[in-house]
Design a protein around this ligand. Structure first.
Ligand SMILES: [Zn+2]
Length: 433
């Protein structure tokens, strides 16, 4: 993010001077006024309370940039869409636990905060929170910051957990006992509230420390790119036609991939319509099994070994069989050939993939960043196919442009083309021409 965001003085968070504030619960006073919020949190369950909490925040944001820590708690065990159970907010000394259940989902007053350009919304690993906000507001919080991304740029490895980051940076151990709490239960007890609060109170400090490091290394642009990606609404809108890509299946034939695609699309649509987890309708393994064997009738289905008996009476089975019949009949695959090749790396390149993984490890160690920030397996596979087979990647390939190309993609292509090699050199592996 840009320089203008307010940064806490780092000295304050020195190990020796840290005190863990003891927060007490508070509500609006009898007059309906907001009390002095130092070391307290507000429990918010009415629209009036929500508006009273938001007003000083919006007022303050008129004259200066504000850092706002944001977190949510939700459950999604029995539903397709996450059920929002709690929103935690913290800025300066103002901490609030907002109860969306008591508010009956009426969160509209928060929109002004989430869209205010002078309020930086700071989350840790915000993707699921953003999914919920998209569901509620059809809009994403902006400007946005994600401390998990910042941590990757600072060399903390992939997807570091919030509690580990707090422990490492602030030397504060966090209680994890409430992590698996059922957040939809009411009332939440004091332990649960404290746990929920710690998710945002320390986040402001974590942000300040990480961002200070990033300023030093001049890698602000990396963060901005990653966050811009996180703010792509397409990530949060369900896309049944792409559901098949999340199913683990190795080396299916084109017809089988085609069948998997139409069956997964159908299952996703049904799960959305009923708001139930898709695995409850039909498990991934069953879809892969069906796609592999392509049964066209109940008779053929019954002869498939290893298929759970419940599938014979599954209410969706006859529709799935129909879909399979259609796929087998059609001559034009809707899954393009290129795309199939994009997804499945030919066997002969497995060794090369290992070599690139090694290079990725070396480069990310040298640069002090998490490997995942530079490239994932799919990026490496696509780079190989693109470089050696000339298949155009379906999307703009991240390794072929910007800082990822300079840092890794360029070198990786040279290794693929045999122009650079990896050597054991003075106790470490290095890369040279
Ligand atoms: Zn949380």
């Amino acid at each position: 993010m840009t320089e203008k965001w307010h940064k806490e003085p780092i000295e304050l968070f020195n190990e020796t001077v840290i005190t863990i504030p003891t927060f007490r619960k508070n509500n609006l006073d009898k007059m309906g006024h907001i009390p002095e919020l130092k070391n307290m949190y507000l429990w918010i369950e009415t629209t009036a309370q929500l508006e009273a909490y938001i007003k000083p925040l919006l007022d303050a944001a008129q004259s200066r940039p504000i850092n706002l820590a944001v977190d949510t708690e939700f459950i999604r065990e029995n539903t397709y869409f996450s059920q929002l159970c709690l929103i935690q907010l913290a800025w300066e000394n103002h901490v609030a636990l907002i109860d969306p259940i008591a508010l009956n989902g009426q969160l509209e007053p928060l929109r002004a905060v989430f869209t205010h350009k002078n309020i930086l919304k700071i989350l840790h690993s915000g993707r699921q929170d953003l999914e919920i906000f998209w569901l509620v507001f059809k809009e994403l919080p902006k400007p946005l910051y994600d401390t998990q991304i910042a941590a990757m740029v600072c060399g903390y490895g992939e997807s570091i957990a919030y509690n580990l980051l707090v422990e490492h940076l602030l030397k504060i151990p966090l209680d994890k006992a409430s992590r698996l709490t059922d957040w939809s239960k009411r009332p939440l007890n004091e332990e649960q509230c404290k746990y929920a609060m710690a998710d945002v109170t320390h986040l402001l400090h974590v942000y300040a420390l990480l961002q200070a490091r990033i300023d030093e290394t001049g890698r602000n642009l990396w963060i901005e790119e990653e966050i811009a990606e996180l703010l792509n609404p397409a990530l949060y809108e369900p896309t049944p036609e792409l559901a098949w890509q999340k199913i683990r299946a190795n080396r299916l034939k084109p017809k089988s991939i085609e069948a998997l695609k139409v069956m997964a699309t159908y299952r996703e649509q049904q799960a959305i319509a009923r708001d139930v987890p898709k695995s409850r309708l039909i498990k991934d393994e069953v879809l892969v099994d069906l796609a592999t064997h392509l049964p066209e009738s109940m008779d053929q289905l019954k002869r498939m070994r290893g298929l759970p008996p419940s599938m014979r009476t599954n209410p969706f089975i006859s529709h799935l069989l129909q879909l399979i019949v259609q796929v087998k009949k059609s001559s034009e695959p809707s899954v393009q050939k290129d795309f199939i090749q994009d997804r499945i790396l030919p066997h002969r390149y497995e060794g090369l993939l290992d070599l690139l993984r090694m290079l990725l490890k070396i480069v990310s160690e040298q640069e002090g960043v998490a490997p995942k920030l530079l490239a994932n397996r799919n990026d490496l596979e696509q780079l190989i196919i693109h470089t050696l087979e000339g298949v155009t990647p379906q999307f703009d390939h991240p390794l072929l442009e910007g800082w990822r190309f300079e840092l890794f993609g360029n070198q990786a292509q040279k290794v693929i083309l045999g122009q650079e090699g990896l050597y054991w050199n003075n106790g470490r592996i290095s890369c040279r021409m």
